[in-house]
Design a protein around this ligand. Structure first.
Ligand code: GLP
Length: 242
């Protein structure tokens, strides 16, 4: 594990974007594993800036996202699909047909999870996977549980997760309670994992994830087993790391 110390959110985002640009420069047809949430937004802005400045092209990249709310999809403003278009895809030259998310509109969970696992397998290993972390230690939507799940699955979201995600919705009742999420296997098989953590509110869960026991009760703790994990954390998030 390598921990890159950033002074604040901006520096964390700049360092993460540099790693993405380097990855795509070295391997233009990279498979990029992408995440949603507030944490990667600054990284995506800087990736788009690098594209506009002519420093990088994503035209040969393929992307695969971690998760999507069940019931939401293209056209729904709160869907992760729309989030990715708003925050990244429409600002770079990635080909729409090269972008992939779980289909939240497919209510046949068994079929959708099987489709997404087959799609991930067909893409081959993810070259670079970006991750944020939930306040309860979730990565993607792998919520605390008594076991780790390898493949794509449908999850009931934690009350804490629903509360945290409420800020993106007008009313609490509007926040979806279930989601499709990539499982742990493709994340652990990614060639490089980039975990971004910003802010004091994430300091305790970051400490537990990186220095505590590896347990499905803290899903991100499994990242300790990854051979090429890079954590970029700002000063506030590193408060409890010694
Ligand atoms: C969501 C996403 C996660 C993300 C987490 C943290 O639940 N499914 O992939 O890491 O929230 O979000 P934020 O970065 O906004 O704190």
């Amino acid at each position: 594990m390598r921990i890159i110390a950033a002074s604040n959110y901006e520096e964390m985002s700049a360092r993460a974007a540099e790693i993405f640009v380097a990855q795509v420069t070295l391997k233009p047809d990279s498979v990029l594993g992408l995440a949603t949430g507030s944490t990667p937004v600054g990284t995506y802005q800087r990736m788009a800036e690098a594209y506009r400045a002519g420093k990088v092209s994503f035209a040969a990249c393929r992307t695969v996202n971690l998760d999507e709310y069940v019931g939401l999809g293209p056209g729904d403003s709160q869907s992760y699909h729309e989030f990715m278009w708003e925050n990244l895809f429409s600002h770079i030259d990635v080909k729409p047909e090269h972008t992939n998310l779980p289909d939240g509109k497919n209510l046949d969970a068994v079929a959708e999870c099987a489709r997404y696992d087959a799609l991930i397998a067909a893409l081959g290993s993810i070259d670079l996977q970006i991750l944020g972390i939930g306040h309860n230690g979730h990565i993607a939507f792998n919520e605390p549980s008594d076991h780790f799940v390898a493949g794509t699955h449908m999850v009931e979201l934690d009350a804490q997760t629903i509360e945290a995600n409420q800020r993106f919705f007008e009313r609490r009742e509007d926040v979806p309670t279930t989601a499709y999420t990539m499982g742990m296997a493709p994340i652990l098989q990614a060639r490089q994992v980039l975990l971004l953590v910003s802010g004091e509110a994430k300091a305790e869960i970051l400490r537990r994830s990186l220095t505590g026991p590896i347990t499905p009760e803290v899903p991100a703790s499994i990242l300790q087993l990854h051979p090429n994990l890079v954590v970029i954390a700002d000063d506030a998030a590193r408060k409890w790391l010694t």
